[in-house]
Design a protein around this ligand. Structure first.
Ligand SMILES: C[S@@+](CC[C@H](N)C(=O)[O-])C[C@H]1O[C@@H](n2cnc3c(N)ncnc32)[C@H](O)[C@@H]1O
Length: 350
């Protein structure tokens, strides 16, 4: 039975009644201008205008190698990312969007047939379910059934973020991937802003302090997640900037896997070689902001990185030489991603 999630009525009101299109947003927190990879921009041309007009995401959380996979989009809104994913998974894949707001779901559902025809499929491979991302069980999402969970500027809006992430790790298959974009903050948001409807609705009031996100992921057993991109958000609204004071907001895209990883990068003398073959990545594969694999070039990797490339859907595209039987100490895995770094944006353009 569905469990009530408290504190979401004003968010429903904001996305269902207050906003009519992305033009109505008061800041640029949703709809930051993160560069979209070229292959996705091409698909975007086929997406219905109404869906694009009502896009409120803050990134481009769509990874590679999705053909035939089952994808779940949390807080799918009017479905822009779901329809892009529908094209990428192909007729044998499946895309499920979950959203709690009737008006958003209605627009998404209205355009399913349009995109099914546009992509030349005989039956739809995308469906939208009304539900709460904190309680995916009630939305009918079974444990260990999903290859990829994605989400674009939604989890910040949840008053129960730990519930959301534990649901994500429940529904992912072993080796499955979480790849999401969201708004994060450089410090904890004071109570008065965290309870302000506009501040919350604009994806700022519920933004997680990055270190609290790290602590929560460790608590949930996700010991090594990777940063893909991080862009500082220009609020572009004098009142909201004044209220935010010294808090900096970032749009970040993060990837994590349902794998038993270690809390540090350990050296087992392993080497990874990208064999090529991932669609739209003829020469390079970007794992994160400090791992770019060139086709055919051997690269020393830590045990965690080796597992991310071997124990996931990327495994068929990599040769991993060596195993974890012999340990050589800590591995220098490059820069640890923190908010003190300059903005990074490796995107996923290969
Ligand atoms: C900022 S919009 C992003 C929508 C979509 N991802 C996009 O990129 O256009 C947030 C969406 O998340 C939905 N949402 C927020 N909190 C939710 C929750 N706890 N459960 C389900 N949906 C939620 C809202 O209804 C809204 O459609």
């Amino acid at each position: 039975m569905e469990q009530p999630i408290h504190g979401l009525d004003s968010v429903k009101e904001y996305y269902g009644k207050v906003l009519k299109s992305s033009q109505d947003l008061k800041t640029s927190a949703c709809c930051t201008a993160e560069a979209m990879p070229v292959h996705l921009r091409e698909i975007l041309r086929d997406i219905h205008e109404e869906v694009k007009d009502k896009f409120y995401g803050c990134g481009s959380p769509i990874p590679h190698a999705l053909e035939g996979k089952t994808v779940l989009d949390l807080g799918s809104g009017t479905g822009r990312d779901c329809f892009i994913l529908s094209k990428l998974v192909g007729p044998n894949g499946q895309v499920i969007g979950v959203d709690m707001t009737d008006e958003q779901i209605a627009v998404a559902q209205k355009h399913v047939d349009y995109h099914t025809k546009k992509f030349g499929y005989s039956t739809p491979n995308v469906k939208f379910i009304k539900g709460y991302i904190e309680d995916l069980e009630s939305a009918g999402i079974e444990s260990s059934s999903i290859d990829l969970v994605t989400s674009n500027c939604v989890i910040n809006l949840s008053p129960s973020k730990e519930r959301v992430f534990s649901e994500i790790f429940r529904v992912l298959k072993p080796g499955g991937e979480l790849y999401f974009s969201d708004v994060f903050a450089s410090r904890r948001i004071p109570k008065e802003l965290a309870q302000d409807d506009v501040f919350v609705g604009e994806c700022l009031g519920g933004a997680m302090y990055t270190e609290d996100f790290r602590r929560m992921m460790i608590k949930l057993g996700s010991l090594d997640y990777r940063l893909m991109s991080r862009n500082k958000i220009a609020l572009l609204n004098a009142d909201i900037e004044r209220a935010a004071g010294k808090i900096d907001f970032y749009s970040m895209t993060v990837r994590a896997f349902k794998l038993n990883l270690e809390d540090r990068c350990e050296d087992y003398g392993q080497v990874a070689i990208y064999k090529g073959g991932i669609p739209n990545c003829p020469n390079l594969f970007v794992l994160d902001d400090h791992h770019i694999f060139e086709k055919g070039k051997p690269m020393a990797v830590c045990g965690n990185t080796a597992m991310m490339l071997q124990g996931t859907r990327y495994g068929e595209f990599f040769n991993i030489i060596g195993d974890t039987t012999k340990h050589f100490g800590l591995f220098d895995c490059g820069p640890v991603s923190t908010l003190n770094q300059t903005d990074s944006n490796v995107g996923a353009c290969c």
